[in-house]
Design a binder for this molecule. Sequence first.
Ligand code: XMP
Length: 530
Amino acid sequence: KILILDFGSQVTQLIARRVRDAGVFSEVYPYDVSDEFIRNYGASGVILSGSHNSTLEGDSPRAPQAVFEIGVPVLGICYGMQTMAAQLGGKVENGLVREFGYAEVRARNHTALLNGINDFVTDEGHGMLKVWMSHGDKVLEMPAGFKLMASTDSCPIAGMADEERKFYAVQWHPEVTHTVQGKAMLGRFVHEICGCKADWNMPDYISEAVEKIRAQVGKDEVILGLSGGVDSSVAAALIHRAIGDQLTCVFVDHGLLRLNEGKMVMDMFSKNLGVKVIQVDATEQFMGHLAGVTDPEQKRKIIGREFVEVFQAESAKLVNAKWLAQGTIYPDVIESAGKGKKGQTIKSHHNVGGLPETMKLQLLEPLRELFKDEVRKLGVALGLPHEMVYRHPFPGPGLGVRILGEVKKEYADLLRRADAIFIEELRNTPYEGAAMPGEDAPANWYDATSQAFAVFLPVKSVGVMGDGRTYDYVVALRAVQTQDFMTAHWAHVPHSLLGKVSNRIINEVRGLNRVVYDISGKPPATIEWE
Ligand code: XMP
């Protein structure tokens, strides 16, 4: 396995993703773990991430010295290269100008990392690589034992290697897709240089995870809050595979789910997979508490609180349960356990599924090591339908944050139908744009957007239908494209598609007579309207 030490770069997680894509298990830890941790971890190789820090500042972060003493290959990326240089006796200088974006680097000296991978060859016969750079400082002098591995005009030491000790360092970011050969570079590092086999795959993972769950819970009973979202669904399927009827799921319907969602969840889990699911229809209770409340934060609090209450009441009936299972995934772990604390901005986590400590249950979190795309692959491997596993994310408070102001059942019913029409048309419209580098082209507009939904606006406007005047509500359509949901662009979905959706909504949903499209990015807007 590969150990990645995080110095706070925004893209550290991507390194782990790419290494796992190469079939090698890898984990991210903060840079300030102890020497002892490094010696005991059992890494076949170590990768030092980038950072927004400068090695030239007095108290800037350093890798534990043990990293360079345990005899395994090390790859320094950007800041990781600079700290490697500084710690091994080289020199780093302030570059004065920040270099940011595409660069063409010349590969030198036929190192094991770069030899034979070029994006193009110059007239003089130099092998060149198109890479993505983002740095201010740069290495001025290499430490003893290193040779030049790559250079650019503005950064003469853009890569260096000590092939004796198997230390490699690059100033660019091989983990981002803009570095065309990035995958090949990381692949070479883990396979050829570290000698790791590509044996991290889903079927093996499932059998290991199943064994682990069995060993962990023994004969105990487990409860799980099923929301219909990807993470809790995959966790349920995996745990059910391991312990069958020892698992009971509680599915709370707060009346703010999408069209037919409750039925879909029950059909899939209860009917198809044979999982024990207790469905609780708490619509009345939620609507009751939400009546008259218009403040968005207050609405969120009420929904969160009621959810916990209903869940607790239901699980209290399962007197033998000793474990509470949750669909916590690796990015949640990194964010909340402070592993990613070194970064500058971290998304605040707001999940209604985050349940109370007062329940005195032990936590079972079988997806803790997985990234979202791995969770999806696992879901498919466990037999969940592709369509549900590749669904857009849906917020815990559900339609509660998509009905502006006071929530009413009447509004939720209108919104559900409009939303379903929008989603159906997105799914049915083929996507003809280009794919992201290194990824498959999306088949349709649903897959080409990261999140899409309708929002209910509790204002009425005048319309005309047939010969009659209408005076009805408005819905807004929102579709965004984003990598991390922290920033997002509004999606340029075709006008013909929007036109069709608008026609269908107004014709099919009595009570709505106007449809608008949201063209705000995040920032300054957020993805949800509340
Ligand atoms: P915003 O609106 O903040 O949303 O741009 C970013 C992402 O987070 C989702 N979201 C939530 N998810 N509980 C959740 O589980 C919540 O309370 C919540 N609020 C927003 C939102 O759908 C988007 O994907």
